[in-house]
Every structure is written in structure tokens, then in C-alpha cells.
Design a protein around this ligand. Sequence first.
Ligand SMILES: *Cc1c(COP(=O)(O)O)cnc(C)c1O
Length: 360
Amino acid sequence: MTRVFNFSAGPAALPEPVLRQAAEEMLDWHGSGMSVMEMSHRGKEFIAIHAETESLLRELLAVPTNYKVLFLQGGAIGENAIVPMNLLRGRSSADYVNTGEWSKKSIKEAKKYCSVNIAASGEAANFTNVPKQQDWKLDPGAAYVHICSNETIGGVEYHWTPETGDVPLVADMSSNIMSRPVEVSRYGLIYAGAQKNVGPAGVTIVIVREDLIGQALPVTPSAFDYKQQADNDSMFNTPPTYAIYIAGLVFKWIKAQGGLAAIERHNRDKAALLYDYLDSTQFYTNPVAREDRSLMNVPFKLRDDKLDDAFLKGAKENGMVQLKGHRSVGGMRASIYNAMPVAGVQALVAYMKAFEASHG
Ligand SMILES: *Cc1c(COP(=O)(O)O)cnc(C)c1O
């Protein structure tokens, strides 16, 4: 068996010990005589798995007790609609900060439910930075302020937490949740699809302050009403049981690495290896402002895009896959989530140097 270094933006690589444990437990989970996939979500075995997964998430992120943690379906794109349905609370508009492709999708969807005020936009700079807070035009009457904490396609990340006063801050953290500690109390709501840094596709994490729920628009589907889900421990409908189980294994793995502070140090070291090399050469370029560079997704271009195919082919021959950039921006992208070992980034940098030496 050969495992590759998988730089996919999502669904993405999972820690190998997690996959091994899942394989060992596949046919018989802890003497139950069945796979987690085959369990009733209301049985005591799965209820224990669900409770442990939630408690590990609460512990790792230090989630305050006045926040609900929900494991839902629908993905982050689903949340683009579900958030306004739940959080407008009688208000008619919301503030959005536009930092790139994922922000734009959120904005477009929200416009179906409310009027959207673009409080700030990185568009003029071609989405190569996070607009500085002093330039934001926040509306004190907004229902909430929405940001995308890490633009997975553009490789732009917030390394600070916006200040929004009494207006709740909402963040799409799909591609950087669990990559570092987060001060949850600064947010009204955090949501994330699992398939970047948490587990398989299928489960969506929502962390929401209790006082914000219970006023969903009447048209909100019950399965997407945070209050109904919170009152039913995320089991108003059948939750994505297997994805929740794998997320729990990933959380245990994160804890064994020393928790989120240790994971962050590891992620900073990995990203520095790649950015330091990119900064040392003219052969490759990354367009993002230094202070806003993503630790998770590193887009880069070859000086001569006619070499792209040869670069990707050689990478594959060297056991490195999924380096092609998103179709909307072209070039390359290395996604280096928690599960990417430092050896993978070292191998990539070594390959990039060798490729430069032979093609530069
Ligand atoms: C991947 C991603 C999404 C889309 O998630 P789905 O699971 O496809 O709904 C949304 N936002 C961000 C920031 C992402 O990285």
C-alpha cells in the first residue's frame, strides 16, 4: 500500500491513525457486533459517540456553556441560507464582508432572505487581503455581521477577530476550524463543513450563542431550525452518524497532538516552510498580502503557466496529488490542513526547488 501526500482543498486528507482506527472498528465497534454506520442514532452506543464528539469539540475550542453545538447536514453552502433564516430575528438586513469566492457565495444566497450591506470588500485589491477593520462600514441595525475566516480558494485568512459591538459576528470557518484556538465568545455563530479539517463530508458544525436562536423565519425547514435541533440534541432528523464518529476520532487525535495551541504551532511551521520558499524565488508567486496569508491553503503560480502541466505531472510521479489550483483562479494550490504532515510540505518544497532548477 502506498499513501500519497494529498494536498486537496476538500474533501481533504485525514490523519492516518484515524483511518486505521476506523478500519479496525469497521465491522465491530467496541464489541457491539456492528459498524457505527449500522447503528440506530437513538441507541446507547451512538448516543455515547455523539456525546463524546460534542464534548471533545467543546473542550478543544473551549466553547462557553451558553453556546449550543449542533451537528447538522446541508454543508456550509446550506448554512448560507440557514443562517439568515435563523438569525434575522425580525431585522431586515445583515452586514457581509467580501473577501473572495466563498464570501460572494454567502452574499448571493443571503440576498434571497434579506438586504445585504457589503460592509467591506477586498475586491478592489483582487481579493489579496482582508480589509482593515477601520475601513469597514458596519450598520448598527444589522442582524449580524458575516465573515469567511479563511478563503479556501484565494488563500486569505483573518489573523484577528473583528469587533462588531452588540451585533453578532458570524463566521464561515469551514477551512480553518480546529486549526488554532478561537475565542468563541467573540462570535454569535460559527459554522463549518467538516470535510476540510474535521472529517468526512456530510456533517456541518454549528456553534451558536443560545440567546440568538428561537426566532427563525416561519418558512425555515424544521430540520434547519437551530432551536428545534438544539432542543433535540441535533437529532430532530437522523444526523450524519458515521461522519460524526470520524469527527470524534479526529478530535481525539488533535487532543493527543497537544490540543489546538500545539496544532497551531505545527501549522505555522508548515506554512512558513512553503511561504519562505515562495518568497525566496521569482519562479513561483503568491499574491496575498503577507499579514493575511492563509495557514491552510497556499495558492501559487508558476511564472510561466505553460509549465503547469509538467509541474503537476512531476508532482504526481513524486507522490504529491491535488495541487491544481481552483478553476476560477488557475495556477496551483497546496492545502496543508492539520492532517498534512510536515514531511509532506518538505517533500513539496524539495520538489518545487528541483523543478525550478530544471525549468528555471
Ligand atoms: C468548502 C467550503 C464551503 C462549501 O462547503 P459545502 O460543504 O460544499 O457546502 C463553504 N465555505 C468555505 C469557506 C469552504 O471552504
